[in-house]
Write a protein that binds this ligand. Structure first.
Ligand code: UDP
Ligand code: UDP
Length: 288
């Protein structure tokens, strides 16, 4: 097993428990450069996914999704490997259809601050389907909705990590906008189970398939749940809403249920407990 990372947002400690396995190899590599190796399956997860990180170097973000997809598809084509693409609910933009099904084409601003990520991922989907049609590459495209769990970087900038760390430190909870925007949060173990099932599905299952938890929360509800579970005295504070921040998001997962027999098992409160324990340990050890 060959694991590639350029460490833009990833950390070696994330795979520390794998490094001693006899068949595990870790390599510093950026997917925007070609890679000639022998493989039979590829998971392409490359690209920072948190708005603060993908907006830091937006041109590099587009390159990672587009050049990265071309290189990994070229590798899949040459080796005959099956290839998984981590696409995203961001392909739906600020959706006008709710909940979002795979048939919805989306509502994306092509020139906004989020477009380096959104359009990069959309173009990657285009490349995957063209390599499938033109070259018969066996593709597996997943559209991943908001995901959380232990292992997140404390400075990831995502709403779950921000709220949990703020609650643990007794700092103000930073709600962007009025807090009425919604997201649906999937626990990491459920998501990974979806990846594996999609990868093991028959060749005619190409996706795109939504993978996410269909239970929707407002950001204010999330904040209140975190405060209750942490038993924190923190208070809610309101800040400006970032540009093009989607107002609502919730996957329709009928297709994943039918084709993969998959649905999330861990609901928000249950998944927040180990997530809070993980961040509590980091805060306690002075890593935050
Ligand atoms: N590529 C790679 N590893 C391989 C094969 C290809 O990184 O094993 C890259 C290479 O940079 C190439 C790209 O994937 O430009 C696309 O490959 P493809 O064979 O589809 O296109 P071509 O080489 O004909 O442009
Ligand atoms: N958000 C927030 N406070 C934060 C971080 C995020 O209220 O400290 C909001 C953000 O505006 C968005 C939602 O939470 O409406 C999810 O944001 P995140 O960056 O986690 O993911 P994405 O916007 O990509 O779904």
């Amino acid at each position: 097993m060959l694991c590639l990372d350029n460490y833009f947002t990833g950390r070696r400690t994330n795979v520390a428990d794998l490094e001693d396995l006899p068949n595990f190899e870790l390599m510093r590599h950026d997917v925007t450069f070609p890679l000639y190796v022998e493989v039979d399956a590829i998971y392409n997860l490359a690209c920072p996914a948190s708005p603060i990180h993908y907006q830091k170097d937006p041109v590099q973000t587009t390159k990672t999704s587009v050049h990265g997809a071309i290189n990994m598809l070229g590798l899949a084509k040459r080796t005959g490997a099956r290839i998984f693409q981590a696409s995203t609910s961001e392909v739906y933009g600020d959706p006008t259809v709710h909940p979002q099904t795979e048939a919805y084409w989306g509502n994306v601003n092509p020139i906004g601050l989020r477009s380096c990520y959104d359009e990069g991922k959309r173009c990657a989907e285009t490349l995957f389907f063209d390599y499938w049609r033109e070259h018969g590459v066996e593709i597996k495209v997943a559209r991943i909705f908001n995901t959380y769990g232990p292992g997140m970087h404390p400075n990831d900038g995502r709403v779950v990590s921000n709220f949990v760390v703020q609650a643990l430190q007794g700092k103000d909870i930073s709600i962007y906008g009025g807090g009425m925007q919604t997201r649906s949060f999937c626990y990491v173990d459920d998501l990974i189970e979806g990846f594996v099932r999609l990868m093991e599905s028959p060749p005619e299952i190409t996706g795109p398939v939504n993978l996410g938890n269909p239970i929707e929360f407002t950001m204010t509800e999330l904040a209140e749940t975190v405060l209750e579970l942490v038993d924190s005295p923190s208070e809610l504070t309101f800040h400006p809403l970032p540009q093009d921040d989607p107002k609502q998001r919730k996957p329709d997962i009928s297709y994943a249920r039918e084709t993969l027999g998959w649905e999330p098992k861990v609901q928000l409160r249950e998944g927040l407990r180990p997530t809070i324990a993980y961040f509590r340990a980091l805060v306690g050890a002075g890593f935050v």
